[in-house]
Ligand binder design. Structure first.
Ligand code: GDP
Length: 386
């Protein structure tokens, strides 16, 4: 009797176990939506195993990945821009060579040579110096054996001064980023130049932060933000009218914190009065230097403005220690002689030249290549030396 009871209990336990087992195995085939799940996760299980049809729109909105531009590499940019330089400046050399190749170099011819040089904005002092040298080396009657082209090249090169150090100081010391301050009057091409320099550095695999400290022009800030976005460079900005010094400070702080190679700071170019400019740029420089030393101060001058550009250069020289000049819009002017004048005026080298509105139309200045461009670029390979 007792045995029978145990048997009945045993069968009952087995039966219960069998039923529980069946129920749980049925559940295991279903995917439970996790609490708080999104639409994607509540998709029925059968469908999650099936690949979505290719023409189905994605279940979630993905932010579009910005396509970054790859700035043009140095070698091809230099070849292209040196050709452009030759086409805008070549007239000067051709004009001078035509005059110097005359059978007789009389007073009228020398006067025409002087006029040609003055018209190209070389300046009165350098023109007289050059004419003196040419007169001595190419005998007055034109019967000397010297080659006018070779003599002219040497003398022009001496004026442009190939000995100046034209390297951009874009690296800092002791782990700090290099800090490049870009100054100049509105319209000179300052903001564009900041964007173009960033592209040159990106093309050389350097990391960059930009500071949009031209806070008086909302357009300049937006313009710089676009330049940065195109090549994936961070742009530090503030609301319109923010103190330029605070934007400059934040930009350099960001550059130090993220360990970038170079911070480039755009500045406001209001020339309302010298004192105002001096106060503003002085403050920008002071606050930057609480973070890291300024390694380069570039003055941007529009090559088409001639004497006006020189007047601006004088004002900026008095308010800030300019270490290099960027001459923009040389593509739109045959007056490349301004290089000589502005270098003499400021005692600092032209380091970069702007040769167009294109994003990669900025080139390092090279004295030899420049003189070859003045002479029409026909002396061959030196004009395209990388
Ligand atoms: P900013 O006011 O000094 O910041 O001047 P922007 O950078 O806004 O430039 C003023 C104008 O000059 C813009 O239309 C630029 O595209 C143009 N520009 C700048 N550099 C060059 C250059 O080298 N060549 C030419 N042709 N235009 C330039």
């Amino acid at each position: 009797m007792g045995d029978l009871l145990y048997l009945i209990i045993g069968i009952a336990v087995l039966g219960v176990a069998l039923i529980v087992g069946l129920v749980t195995s049925g559940r295991r085939g279903r995917i439970e939506p996790p609490s708080g799940g999104t639409d994607v996760l509540t998709t029925p299980p059968a469908e999650t195993d099936v690949e979505a049809p290719v023409d189905e729109p994605p279940a979630v909105d993905l932010a579009p990945t910005p396509t970054l531009e790859r700035p043009e590499g140095t070698a091809s940019r230099l070849v292209r821009l040196r050709q452009r330089l030759a086409s805008s400046q070549g007239g000067l050399g051709r004009g001078l060579l035509a005059l110097l190749s005359r059978d007789r170099l009389d007073e009228d011819t020398w006067e025409s040579i002087e006029d040609t040089l003055i018209t190209a904005d070389i300046g009165v002092g350098p023109t007289q110096q050059l004419v003196e040298r040419l007169r001595t080396r190419l005998r007055v009657d034109g019967s000397g054996s010297a080659d006018p082209r070779a003599v002219l090249r040497e003398e022009l090169l001496a004026l442009v001064d190939p000995t100046m150090d034209r390297r951009l100081q874009v690296s800092g010391a002791d782990g700090s980023p290099g800090v490049v301050l870009v100054v100049g009057v509105n319209g000179s091409g300052k903001t564009t130049t900041v964007g173009k320099i960033a592209r040159i550095l990106v093309a050389e695999d350097r990391s960059v932060v930009l500071g949009a400290a031209d806070t008086f022009r909302a357009a300049a800030v937006d313009q710089l933000a676009t330049w940065g976005e195109r090549v994936g460079v961070e742009v530090v900005r503030g609301p319109e009218g923010t103190d330029p010094a605070s934007v400059a400070f934040e930009a350099v702080k960001e550059g130090v914190a993220t360990g970038v190679d170079t911070v480039i700071v755009d500045t406001a170019g209001r020339l309302q009065n010298k004192q105002g400019l001096m106060d503003e740029l002085g403050k920008v420089k002071r606050v930057i230097e609480k973070q890291a030393p300024v390694t380069e101060v570039l003055l941007v001058l529009d090559a088409t403005t001639g004497q006006n550009g020189l007047i601006q250069a004088r004002v900026f020289r008095e308010v800030v220690d300019v270490t290099g000049i960027v001459l923009t819009k040389l593509d739109g002017s045959a007056k490349g002689g301004i290089v000589v004048q502005v270098q003499r005026e400021l005692g600092v080298p032209v380091k970069l030249v702007g040769l167009g509105e294109g994003a990669d139309d900025l080139a390092p200045f090279d004295a030899g290549a420049f003189v070859d461009a003045l002479l029409g670029g026909s002396s061959g390979a030196t004009a395209v030396r990388p």
